[in-house]
Design a protein around this ligand. Structure first.
Ligand code: FDP
Length: 326
């Protein structure tokens, strides 16, 4: 609401959209925090003692966000990791001028082991004529995002977002049920001391990535090497640490078949929002060859290679991948 005052033409609609979204995040946070109790409170995995359905967490998160956002009149359509194509706004509800892309529950392999999970979102302005949103409205470059953010459900729940004027972090106070501004204007360190990658995949990386990671493990006090390795396998949690402490997060493509490199992370609702946050915090995000925010998406569920984090670390990675350093 404070930032809304900085935009003289703002109508308050975007603020109301975020407000609705935040309520869904609070509900997901509550459910994530009692996830370990689901089996104890659930009867035969179907109903808990209050007679409520015990749902899988990712279904729950998808439904919460969808049902919270389908009727407010702010959106013309949505897209999610959990849905095949475009998610239309039902006929009976008013349509709005924004598009919401989201990953309702990031880090699904960590659900059953009590490790951090996340939610990621990206917001675009509607571009197509007419009231209903189209696939083209979803397939916009990351540089066109109006806002992007994530929630990390960790030792506390934290919302980190940017609307194009810096990155701000809010921590959920469970006793108040409110997100309180705890990290104003986050700046990523110029260079970090750690890297985050699934090192078990080393043999399927491209040559440049292999050389870069070997370089990070060499001893050199001037550049703080060797770097430490930190990897939990939830993008939100791994990136969050890098945003606050510096360093680089990498998910290079699987190059087992060099003719067909296979990236894993999704552009529209994972990599593009994280890249906007990284850049807004003074960091960088690249495929190794191109700036992520300049990529023109061609598919809602498109996958992309990514390195993002501290500007000096991302620049060095690019030098290795582009063969400018050996
Ligand atoms: P997950 O498959 O567990 O949902 O979204 C994809 C993602 O998690 C990211 O959160 C995470 O960074 C990455 O995949 C982990 O992949 P690996 O298990 O291959 O390391």
């Amino acid at each position: 609401m404070e930032q809304q005052a900085l935009h003289p033409a703002a109508t308050g609609e975007f603020t109301r959209l975020l407000w609705d979204l935040v309520l869904a995040f609070k509900m997901i946070s509550r459910e994530v925090n009692r996830a370990g109790l689901a089996a104890i409170l659930g009867l035969a995995g179907k109903e808990n003692v209050q007679g409520e359905q015990v749902t899988k967490l990712d279904d729950y998160a998808q439904t919460r966000i969808y049902e919270q956002m389908d009727h407010g009149g702010h959106l013309c359509c949505m897209a999610s990791e959990e849905a095949d194509g475009l998610i239309p706004i039902p006929e009976r509800f008013p349509k709005g001028k924004y598009v919401l892309l989201f990953d309702p529950l990031d880090g699904s392999s960590n659900v059953d082991v009590n490790a951090s999970l996340g939610t990621i979102f990206s917001i675009h302005r509607k571009r197509s004529p007419g009231v209903d949103g189209t696939v083209e409205d979803c397939l916009q470059k990351g540089s066109a995002q109006v806002a992007a953010g994530y929630v990390v459900y960790g030792s506390s729940t934290m919302l980190v977002y940017t609307a194009g004027r810096g990155v701000h972090g809010f921590t959920l106070d469970p006793s108040l049920g409110e997100f309180l501004l705890s990290h104003e204007n986050i700046r990523i360190p110029k260079r970090g001391k750690s890297y985050s990658i699934n090192e078990g995949n080393e043999r399927s990386w491209d040559e440049g990535t292999q050389r870069y990671i070997r370089y990070l493990k060499e001893k050199d006090s001037a550049t703080n090497r060797p770097y430490g390795l930190r990897y939990i396998g939830t993008l939100v949690a791994d990136f969050h640490r890098i945003l606050l402490r510096g360093g680089v997060f990498l998910y290079p493509p699987d190059c087992s078949d060099p003719a067909k490199p296979k990236p894993k992370l999704r552009l529209l609702y994972e990599v593009a929002p994280m890249s906007m946050i990284a850049e807004q915090a003074g960091g960088a995000a690249t495929t190794g060859h191109e700036r992520i925010l300049d990529l023109q998406p061609t598919d809602i569920h498109q996958r992309v290679a990514v390195a993002l984090g501290s500007p000096d670390d991302v620049r060095e990675y690019q030098e290795f991948v582009q063969g400018r350093r050996a």
